[in-house]
Design a protein around this ligand. Structure first.
Ligand code: NAD
Length: 483
């Protein structure tokens, strides 16, 4: 292996300072497209977490001593600094997570900028209420910050999902410790620096890199943390819920999905299949809301499978730094193995592999866009989250059948419906068990609309005013008016 000590070294960001990890250990961060080492990343310890929590607690008062309007201006400056550095941010995110650069520039970076700007506007609008309870008292509520927040972020959208947590927490006057995924820490470290440059006081936004089982566990168990906001897998989410019980932390969990994209025979099939293909192949299928179950009404089933396979075969796989690349590698060797194992499982279960299913090349974690047809609802490839570019196409007879299949997994994050019948799309939108339903479109998110699910997809919502509720505690105040 190359001499990794020559690689750029990234330390923790605690209290506005670069801090080497307590144990002196660094991991090697890889480019998933080439498997080449790109950086050495500090492996935080539980002592580092202690220190970060102490610093973040100490920063609560100074952060809240800043007038709301001024806090909004600081967040707006932070957003503008992201914009000023957007090319570098996009390049870093694309390299670290293997995401095609055009997509990062079109979605991830603008969404992060927009999220910050949106919550900058909230800073001076977080109001309580005067609630007339009794004539002899003035009774009102105020919303106070929940306190110190641990934000645990996955590797599929490190910058965008990180900002979905950081921006509302800062707007509400919370301080944070962000733990990026071990394999995609670079954009979080960069935004930690930009926050300081924007005027966010030292200690308000701390970044502690390292293993989930060390840094994540220590944060979740720490009595000095008031809230955990987590996006990741259901199994880790379950552990977080248990670990957070010690001091009854508030918890928001955004977990996995096995979203159904339901195509009725009366839909515009070309549009439906185009969006369905990007719904499952975007970000190489490593999307919590990937439309991984494609439900197609029998009348148009064969045609839809053929069109989807054509779209899959036309996707340009390759170097994420090239603008024409539509799909990059999977994030890691482990993720690639998981996906290829599911291809074998699908074949073993008797589904028909229509296209794809193989690794591409022997350097980088590339897997072909894959389509399985004749998938039955009970098969594992229809029930379990693969988190890769694998579409399971399932036939259905009518609306009731579609709903039975669509609602028949443990997940309920998102769903899509394609139909020209306005009554049907509203019935489906009402009956589908999902936090988000897209009608005749697929995959959009926006910081103004609540995002999240239930069941194995977790609980709580991010975005919009819901996030403001999440990061504040209401307090009721009674002032006696009797002399
Ligand atoms: P993961 O659960 O393995 O890791 C997520 C984060 O948790 C990482 O930062 C990891 O280091 C940390 N972690 C791991 N073990 C921990 C522990 N014991 N204690 C505390 N933290 C720990 O998930 P992943 O593989 O990074 O991401 C893929 C999963 O995330 C998929 O299931 C996907 O559906 C889900 N996801 C959901 C959404 C959503 O909005 N619902 C968005 C993106 C990803």
């Amino acid at each position: 292996m190359e001499n990794n000590t020559d690689l750029k070294r990234y330390d923790l960001l605690i209290g506005g300072e670069s801090v080497p990890p307590g144990g002196g250990e660094y991991s090697v961060d890889l480019d998933p497209a080439t498997e080449a080492p790109i950086a050495r990343i500090a492996q935080g310890t539980s002592a580092d977490v202690d220190r970060a929590v102490q610093v973040a607690r100490g920063a609560l008062k100074p952060w809240n001593a800043i007038r709301a309007a001024e806090r909004g201006r600081i967040l707006m400056r932070f957003s503008e600094l992201l914009r000023a550095n957007q090319d570098e941010l996009a390049a870093v995110e694309s390299l670290d997570a293997g995401k095609p650069i055009a997509g990062v520039q079109r979605q991830d970076v603008p969404a992060a900028i927009d999220t910050l700007a949106y919550y900058a506007g909230w800073c001076d609008k977080i109001n309580g209420q005067v609630v007339p309870a009794r004539p002899d008292a003035l009774t009102y509520t105020v919303r106070e910050p929940v306190g110190v927040v641990a934000a645990i972020v996955p590797w599929n959208f490190p910058l965008m999902i990180g900002m979905w947590k950081i921006a509302p927490a800062l707007a509400c006057g919370c301080t944070l410790i962000v733990k990026p995924a071990e394999i995609t820490p670079l954009s979080a470290l960069m935004i930690g620096r930009l926050a300081l440059e924007a005027g966010v006081p030292p200690g308000v936004l701390n970044i502690v890199t390292g293993k989930g089982s060390v840094v994540g566990d220590a944060l979740v168990a720490h009595p000095g943390i008031d809230k955990v906001t987590f996006t990741g897998s259901p199994s880790v989410g379950r552990g977080i819920l248990q670990g957070a019980a010690g001091n009854f932390k508030r918890v928001t969990l955004e977990l996995g999905g096995k979203s159904a994209n339901v195509i009725f025979a009366d839909a515009n099939l070309d549009n439906a299949v185009r969006a369905t293909a990007s719904g499952i192949f975007f970000n190489a299928g490593q999307v919590c809301s990937a439309g991984s179950r494609v439900l197609v009404q029998r009348e148009v089933y064969d045609q839809a499978v053929e069109l989807l396979a054509q779209r899959a075969q036309a996707i340009k796989l390759g170097d994420p730094s090239q603008r024409e690349t539509a799909m990059g590698p999977l994030i890691s060797a482990r993720q690639m193995k998981t996906v290829l194992d599911y291809v074998d499982i699908g074949k073993g279960e008797g589904a028909s592999l229509v296209t794809g299913g193989r690794r591409v090349g022997d350097r980088g974690f590339f897997v072909e866009p894959t389509v399985f047809a004749n998938v039955e609802h009970e098969m594992r490839i229809s029930q379990e989250e693969i988190f890769g570019p694998v579409a399971s196409v399932i036939p259905f007879d009518d609306e009731a059948d579609a709903l039975r299949i669509a609602n028949g997994t443990a997940y309920s994050l998102a769903a899509g419906v394609w139909s020209a019948d306005i009554g049907r799309v509203h019935r489906m939108a009402s009956e589908l068990r999902a936090g988000t339903v897209w009608v005749n479109t697929y995959g959009y998110t926006d910081v103004r609309l609540p995002w999240g699910g239930s069941g194995d997809s977790g609980f709580g919502r991010e975005h919009g005013d819901v996030a403001i509720q999440n990061f504040t505690e209401p307090k009721s105040v009674w002032v006696s008016l009797t002399p």
